[in-house]
Structures are given as C-alpha cells and as structure tokens.
Design a protein around this ligand. Structure first.
Ligand code: HEC
Ligand code: HEC
Ligand code: HEC
Ligand code: HEC
Ligand code: HEC
Ligand code: HEC
Length: 304
C-alpha cells in the first residue's frame, strides 16, 4: 500500500512538473506549435474526426453527413469568439444549433484545456488569426425562444452571408422581412438535412407548406410608422439600430422605456434615449439634419 502511494505521489510530482513546463511554454508566444499543450490535446481528442492538421479529413470524417469542419479556415473561424468554441466542445454541436455529430467533451476536457486547443487551432488559421479578430458573443436578456434555433452568429458572423441576402425587402420597402422557407431550403435542401434536428424542422415546415412562426423582436406601436427603405438607402448600417446582430446566437433587443432612464431624467440628467422610443428616432433625425439630410420632425411623418 505504502509503496503504491509513494509511486502515485511520484507520478503526481512528475505530472505537475510537466504541467508547469507546458504552461511555461504556452506563456511564451514564440513557443513552437509542436510543443503546445493544445496540440497534444487536439491530437488525442479531435484528430480522428477533424484530421491531424485540422482540415476536416480525419479517419472517421467520411461517416458523418455533416462533415467535421475544416478548423483551419480563418475566413470562417477567425471572427468566431473563443466562447463559441468552448460551448461547442464542452456541450456538443447542438448547443450552438449544429449537428450531434460533434460530440460533447464535458467530463473529458475542462474549459482551460479547450482554450488551449483553441489557442493551438488559432496558430493554424489561414488567413492568419489576429488578436483583434473576434468580437464577443452578444447575449441579450429576455430574447425570445424561436421555433428553430437559428444562429446569426453562424450565418451572418461565421459564413458572412449578407444581411440583405435574407432581409432583401429592407432596401425597397417599409419592412425588412424575414426570409421565406423556400429561401432557407435553397441551402438546406442539402446542408445539414440528414443529421441536424434543427434543420429537419425547416423540412417539416416546407412539407406542410407552412411559414415558420418566428417570434417578432423589434416592434414599435401600431400608431407609429417606420419605413426601412429611406433609412437603408441613406446608408445607415443595420447594426446602428439593431446592434451587433452577427454576434448574436439568438436575436434580442434592448429597447423600450427603462426605469433607470426615467429616474435619470427625473433628476435632470439627460441620458441617451433608449432604442425604439420616440426620443431615439427624433434625436437621430436632428443629428442627421445637422449634416444636411432631411429627416422629418413633424408628427404626421411618423404618426399617420
Ligand atoms: C466524432 C467526431 C468528432 C470529434 C471527435 C470532434 N468533432 Fe468537432 N465536429 C464534428 C462534426 C461532425 C462537426 C460538424 C457539425 C455540423 O456542421 O453540424 C464538428 C464541428 C465542430 C466545430 C464547429 C465548427 C463550425 O463549423 O462552426 C468545432 C469548433 C469543433 N467541431 C471542434 C472540435 C474540437 C476542438 C474537437 C476535439 C476536442 C472536436 N471537434 C472533436 C465531429 C467531431
Ligand atoms: C446561403 C445559404 C444559407 C441560407 C439561405 C440559410 N442557411 Fe442555415 N446554414 C447555412 C450553413 C452553411 C450552415 C452551417 C452548416 C454546418 O456547419 O453544419 C447553416 C446552419 C444552419 C443551422 C444550424 C446552425 C444554427 O444556425 O443553429 C440552422 C438551424 C439553420 N442553418 C437554419 C436556417 C434557416 C431557418 C434558414 C432560413 C431562414 C437558413 N438557415 C438559411 C447556410 C444557409
Ligand atoms: C440566412 C438568413 C439570414 C441572414 C444572413 C441574416 N438574417 Fe436576420 N433573421 C433571419 C431570420 C430567419 C430571422 C428570424 C429569427 C430570429 O429572430 O433570429 C431574423 C431576424 C432578424 C432580426 C429580428 C427581427 C424581428 O423580429 O425584430 C433582425 C433585426 C435581423 N434579423 C437583422 C439582421 C442583420 C443586421 C443581419 C446581417 C448582419 C442579418 N439579420 C442576417 C435570417 C437572416
Ligand atoms: C434607422 C434604424 C434602423 C435601421 C438602419 C434598420 N432597421 Fe430594422 N427595424 C428598425 C425598427 C424601428 C424596426 C421596428 C419597425 C416596426 O415595428 O414597424 C425594425 C424592424 C426590423 C425587422 C423586423 C420587422 C421587419 O421589418 O421585417 C427586421 C428583420 C429588420 N428590422 C432588419 C433590418 C436589417 C437587415 C437592416 C439593414 C439592412 C435594418 N433592419 C436597418 C430600425 C432600423
Ligand atoms: C440612426 C438614425 C435614425 C434613426 C434612429 C431613425 N431615423 Fe428616421 N431617418 C433617418 C434619416 C437619415 C432619414 C432621411 C433619409 C433621407 O435622406 O431620405 C430618415 C427619414 C425618416 C422618415 C421619412 C421617410 C421618407 O420617406 O422621407 C421617417 C417617416 C422616419 N425616418 C421615421 C423614423 C422612425 C419612426 C424612427 C424611430 C422608430 C426613426 N426614423 C429612427 C435617420 C434615422
Ligand atoms: C421620427 C418619428 C416621430 C416623430 C417625428 C414623432 N413621433 Fe411620436 N412617437 C414615435 C414613436 C416611434 C413612438 C412610440 C415609441 C414611444 O412610445 O416612445 C411615439 C410615441 C408617441 C406618443 C405616445 C407616447 C407614450 O408615452 O405612449 C405620443 C403622444 C406622440 N408620439 C406624439 C407625437 C407628437 C405630438 C409629435 C409631433 C410633435 C410626434 N409624436 C412626433 C415617433 C415619432
């Protein structure tokens, strides 16, 4: 017994030393990738599917309908925040709406180890990864639960599909519009159709010929009128009014009256108006008019 305990203790000391040495290496940015702890973890846990060099060509890759991603594709991954990787790896593909072909590693890897793997993958990125690339995921309290877990972070962030490809009415009509089931099917007849349950739901709506009942997020009252066309044609970015949608897994809005604003107003401070309130519309119209634009301030323009 005593001998076994001392062997264990010796192993622990060796292991601790190895961890310290590896940490020391990780702390030096110039350390060659060959010795990074992330590389070893990657080889043990990920290579079988994502391939030895991250290209998505591991030994088991062929058996998955949704193929293991090419994790070295910088165009797609450089702007994805670390928290996205941590969530996918610890909790599996479905935690971000992806297929269950990507298994959860919680129990086998801890968060620190996943961050080491991500740091290693960042060294493989082509085009190269730069520290300023990813912006954090935007999570807004109270965002509604949608009938399908549709992620703007994946579509507009990672794959960089243009906002107006899907919201194509924005430049030519009052409403921006949400894409038809047919438009989703244009890509998803094939992509994810075999093994992603979220994408199978699109097929079910398509077969029933029913629209997807998306829950509305941004809304002003019935007695007001907001047209997208003049705003989009004036070159105002969508994000200026809606926030960093391409960083949202689930779209939500920080809008409407707020007690904090009311109290600040009451004591004479003048906080910026909350989005989608009348003060917000009028403040921007005044600012824009100071630069020579003609945004209306008369009541009937917004209240028909
Ligand atoms: C059993 C096979 C398998 C293993 C092992 C595996 N993956 Fe995956 N992984 C997949 C598949 C399949 C997908 C594609 C899911 C999809 O596109 O719906 C995926 C997707 C991902 C994604 C999401 C990428 C994207 O396209 O947005 C990340 C990140 C990822 N894997 C990282 C890892 C890491 C890191 C490891 C090791 C800790 C790992 N995977 C191990 C199969 C695997
Ligand atoms: C221009 C092509 C394209 C269009 C249009 C498109 N998607 Fe996707 N979608 C993709 C790609 C590419 C992926 C990533 C697949 C993967 O990695 O497994 C994806 C992933 C998904 C996923 C899984 C990840 C996530 O977002 O949760 C869902 C669900 C999804 N799409 C739903 C939709 C719906 C609903 C529509 C229509 C409103 C739509 N898509 C339109 C290309 C498209
Ligand atoms: C692949 C198609 C697709 C792309 C690309 C896309 N969207 Fe969306 N968008 C949707 C779908 C589907 C919904 C409804 C589900 C939801 O709210 O997430 C939506 C919802 C929204 C909403 C909330 C609508 C409401 O109910 O108030 C806003 C705002 C929005 N998108 C803006 C954008 C912006 C800005 C971009 C570009 C950065 C963008 N979208 C890119 C498909 C897309
Ligand atoms: C000047 C501010 C502003 C800009 C710029 C703007 N929006 Fe909106 N958007 C709004 C407001 C306000 C609403 C709510 C309108 C209502 O309730 O009638 C809205 C609603 C929406 C909706 C849901 C209702 C609908 O119209 O279908 C979507 C989707 C949307 N916007 C997408 C976009 C996209 C995509 C862009 C960029 C191409 C964009 N918006 C640019 C202010 C803006
Ligand atoms: C980020 C700045 C901004 C915000 C916020 C904004 N607007 Fe505007 N709005 C403009 C500009 C700029 C124009 C003038 C565009 C042009 O030059 O034709 C305009 C024009 C308009 C017009 C006149 C359209 C036409 O056909 O001439 C209406 C109506 C309007 N806005 C309503 C609203 C309402 C309602 C809100 C709030 C829910 C709002 N706007 C918020 C910048 C803004
Ligand atoms: C640029 C667009 C715009 C103009 C100009 C505008 N409003 Fe509004 N108004 C709104 C919007 C959007 C709302 C709904 C959001 C809110 O309640 O703040 C609103 C709300 C209101 C409300 C309801 C407020 C409440 O607390 O329920 C009243 C009353 C009102 N407006 C009166 C006016 C009058 C009077 C004028 C002219 C002096 C005017 N508005 C000009 C956009 C506008």
């Amino acid at each position: 017994m005593a001998r076994r305990a001392s062997v264990l203790a010796a192993v622990a000391v060796v292991a601790a030393t190895v961890v310290l040495v590896l940490r020391g290496l990780a702390a030096q940015p110039a350390a060659p990738a060959a010795t990074s702890p992330g590389k070893a973890l990657y080889a043990t846990h990920c290579g079988v599917c994502h391939g030895e060099s991250g290209l998505g060509d591991g030994a088991s890759a062929a058996s998955f309908p949704s193929k293991p991603s090419n994790l070295t594709d910088g165009r797609r991954f450089n702007q994805l925040p670390e928290d996205f990787f941590v969530n996918v790896v610890l909790n599996g593909g479905p935690a971000e709406g992806l297929s269950p072909g990507m298994p959860p590693f919680r129990g086998n890897l801890n968060e620190e180890q996943v961050r080491q793997i991500v740091a290693y993958l960042r060294t493989l990125a082509e085009p190269p990864f730069s520290e300023d690339d990813p912006r954090p995921i935007v999570t807004i309290a109270g965002a509604p639960r949608q009938p399908i877990f549709f992620s703007h972070l994946i579509h507009a962030g990672s794959y960089r599909i243009d906002c107006q490809y899907c919201h194509s009415d924005a430049r030519r009509s009052p409403t921006a519009g949400v894409p038809s089931v047919e438009k989703c099917m244009g890509c998803h007849k094939i992509i994810g159709a075999q093994d992603n349950p979220e994408i199978r739901k699109i097929h079910q709506y398509w077969e029933k010929r029913e629209p997807i009942p998306w829950v509305r997020v941004f809304k002003i009252p019935e007695f007001t009128y907001f047209p997208h066309k003049p705003h989009v044609q004036a070159g105002l970015p969508c994000q200026g009014c809606h926030g960093d949608i391409q960083q949202m897994r689930v779209v939500g809005a920080r809008t409407g009256p707020s007690l904090v604003n009311d109290l600040q107003n009451l004591i004479g401070l003048r906080p910026a108006s909350r989005p989608l309130t009348m003060g917000w519309c009028v403040d921007c119209h005044r600012e824009q008019n100071a630069t020579g634009r003609q945004a209306p301030l008369d009541c009937v323009a917004c209240h028909h």
